[in-house]
Design a protein around this ligand. Structure first.
Ligand code: 5GP
Length: 262
């Protein structure tokens, strides 16, 4: 499949056209942003890890009947995906209260929720991705009632599957954000899961130590983001114990002092 022109560049990904109008290439960048683009960095190796982790999760979700945009991973940084019209909503599912939920409502950080909580945010950087209700989505026709009903059901299934998958490798799935898109095929439009699912879009805490293994390491200046993402990849069986996705860096040669015998 030939890579065509750049169609769209986002904060962490680039979309390229292909010779097939129904397919595009999704390229994972190393760029990290937070707080509505106020904080930015380039973290070497992040894109490669997110590409692999998202591929793994989307393949597994596909196998349990959650249709999604992934066709196949092409290389270390790129995936061939179905071209969809993204629904401009961030769908957030929470199992444990943290992040914006605790700030907004004063709920104690770490409170385990009795039931998964679904939230909707409008995808609009200029407005800071504001929280919206289902009624807003319907009133402004960002999605249809039938589409929302289908997405809500899928959100619960995605959450159930991912909670189990991560629990099996000693990780708590605290919360996550997903996006959906409309895929046109043979004159029919179907809503499918799109974008990515990775430590950039989920909160993942170690089951025992509650160590953060996700993008909060960048947001909160905790450091060692790549080590944490590699830990997630290793636990999911994507990386082998010894493998290290970062290129080896050679340190600058240091001057050696030679003592001369007088
Ligand atoms: P919060 O609303 O607490 O900031 O985020 C809830 C969950 O959604 C977290 O897992 C967070 O990573 C994810 N999330 C929310 N908005 C965004 C976004 O704009 N970009 C990314 N990558 N993740 C988001």
């Amino acid at each position: 499949m030939k890579k065509g022109k750049k169609l769209y560049e986002g904060k962490a990904k680039i979309i390229y056209a292909t010779s097939d109008k129904s397919l595009v290439i999704q390229h994972f960048k190393d760029d990290a942003t937070a707080f509505n683009n106020l904080k930015k960095a380039n973290i070497e190796g992040k894109g490669v890890l997110n590409n692999r982790i998202s591929e793994h999760i989307l393949i597994n979700l596909g196998q349990v009947g959650i249709k999604n945009h992934l066709v196949k991973r092409i290389n270390m940084r790129e995936q061939l995906i179905k071209f969809v019209e993204i629904i401009p909503i961030e769908f957030i599912v929470r199992n444990i209260a943290t992040g914006s939920l605790t700030k907004r409502l004063g709920i104690e950080d770490g409170t385990v929720l009795d039931e998964p909580l679904i939230e909707y945010c409008l995808k609009d950087d200029k407005l800071g991705d504001p929280l919206i209700s289902k009624e807003h989505i319907l009133a402004f026709k960002w999605a249809e009632k039938k589409e929302l009903e289908k997405i809500d059901k899928q959100l619960h299934r995605i959450n159930d599957f991912m909670v189990g998958m991560f629990r099996g490798v000693g990780i708590k799935l605290v919360d996550f954000k997903v996006e959906f898109g409309r895929f046109k095929e043979n004159g029919k439009i179907e809503v499918i899961l799109a974008d990515e699912i990775s430590p950039d879009t989920c909160r993942l805490w170690d089951n025992v130590t509650e160590k953060k293994l996700d993008k909060d390491r960048f947001r909160k200046d905790l450091g060692n983001l790549i080590d944490a993402y590699q830990d997630v990849a290793r636990r999911l069986g994507i990386l082998h114990e010894q493998s290290n996705i970062r290129p080896i860096k050679f340190s600058k040669p240091t001057a050696v002092k030679i003592k001369r015998n007088k």
